[in-house]
Design a protein around this ligand. Structure first.
Ligand code: FDA
Length: 332
């Protein structure tokens, strides 16, 4: 069942019709607990609030798989605008971005050009830019671009997706670069990636420990308390400097655990997605954990454990969206 739900949500994340419909009507119903708003001011306000509570942030202007140059250029402008805001307010915040939003599917040269424009501004302010890693189709192009950028810029890094067989070699090649270690969010074939959860977990722990022991500053990004517990124990046993590591989680997830890690003296960065193009991101979160849908429905029905005033309307809306999503997916 879980496998079926994962495939369903991954399939839906790539469905353009659903995306258009969801962008028009769905945000308030389903997504607002995982997305920090649809515009720059909403996202900035969330960064300010989290900073005031002692959390660092990484902000992702949502969007991916763009095929029109003008859309990629607009995305680049939004990212640069955010970098200026971080600098003006001296926020504790950096940027995460996806190369397919910046035209990787249009041409590598074009994407590289936009990345250089972003990094010119970010480097001036010493603001770090993280290149999020996407599906395997974009794997080689992503690292060609990163390697080009590393010739001229320091404030750029990326993500190691532990499920790839090749992840350890890649991590070694990037040993001096700032890295985030994750399990990997996309559905990949057995030719390139581990498929079993226990294998992926083991690889994630192995790579995280290796990097913590041998590498420079590293971000560990997971919501999995088993992984976190094991890594905390490792950090203590091996006497690893806490300043060499930070934990990261996505906005809206496991807030009590985020707070706990921060209170234990670890740097904690919240990954903050914002923007109109939230559908693919949101569907991948449901694919990772279909139970997130439960949280959303509960959130729609209750406030402070009390039924909201219009539960019937809200339930009907949620069920309606789900039914629509389901029917549209079945047609594909
Ligand atoms: P996983 O989904 O494997 O869950 C393991 C266990 O943890 C569950 O069985 C449950 O017990 C517990 N758990 C998980 N979530 C929970 C929750 N919400 N509440 C309670 N318990 C929960 N991927 C990628 O391919 N490229 C990228 O660039 C990034 N970037 C990125 C940044 C950040 C900050 C994060 C947190 C994640 C990513 N990812 C990513 C996604 C990543 O690859 C992975 O798909 C997700 O983090 C899901 O795996 P986890 O390790 O979080 O737990």
């Amino acid at each position: 069942m879980q496998y079926f739900m994962k495939n369903l949500f991954i399939g839906m994340s790539n469905n353009k019709t659903l995306q258009t419909m969801a962008q028009k009507w769905g945000y308030r119903i389903v997504a607002d607990q995982f997305i920090a708003g649809t515009n720059l001011e909403d996202a900035l306000e969330t960064v300010r609030t989290l900073n005031a509570k002692g959390f660092s942030c990484t902000v992702d202007h949502l969007g991916e798989f763009v095929t029109e140059k003008k859309v990629s250029i607009q995305a680049k402008e939004k990212i640069i605008q955010f970098i200026h805001c971080i600098n003006e307010e001296q926020l504790d915040c950096h940027i995460s971005l996806k190369l397919t939003q910046l035209g990787l599917d249009i041409s590598e040269e074009f994407c590289l050009h936009l990345m250089k424009e972003i990094l010119d501004v970010a480097s001036k302010y010493q603001i770090f830019i993280n290149i999020d890693t996407e599906d395997y189709v974009h794997y080689h192009a992503t690292f060609r671009i990163l390697n080009e950028l590393l010739l001229d810029y320091n404030y750029v890094g990326t993500v190691i997706q532990s499920y790839y067989y090749h992840a350890e070699v890649l991590m070694e090649q990037l040993k001096d670069v700032r890295l985030r270690i994750v399990k990997g969010a996309y559905k990949e074939s057995a030719e390139v990636a581990y498929q079993q959860k226990d294998e992926i977990d083991a690889q994630f722990l192995h790579l995280s420990k290796k990097r913590l022991k041998e590498g420079p500053f590293t971000s560990i990004a997971t919501h999995d308390h088993h992984m976190i517990r094991s890594l905390l124990q490792y950090i203590e046993e091996e006497n690893i400097d806490k300043n060499k590591v930070e934990f990261q989680m996505l906005y809206g997830f496991r807030e009590e655990l985020q707070e706990k890690l921060k209170n234990e003296g670890y740097r904690f960065t919240v990954y903050l997605p914002y923007g109109e193009d939230w559908f693919g991101y949101f569907m991948r979160r449901l694919a990772e954990r279909p139970r997130n849908m439960e949280l959303i429905i509960k959130n729609q029905l209750y406030e402070n454990n009390k039924l909201k005033k219009k539960p019937i309307l809200l339930t009907a809306s949620t069920i309606g969206v789900l039914a629509f999503v389901w029917r549209s997916f079945k047609k594909k």
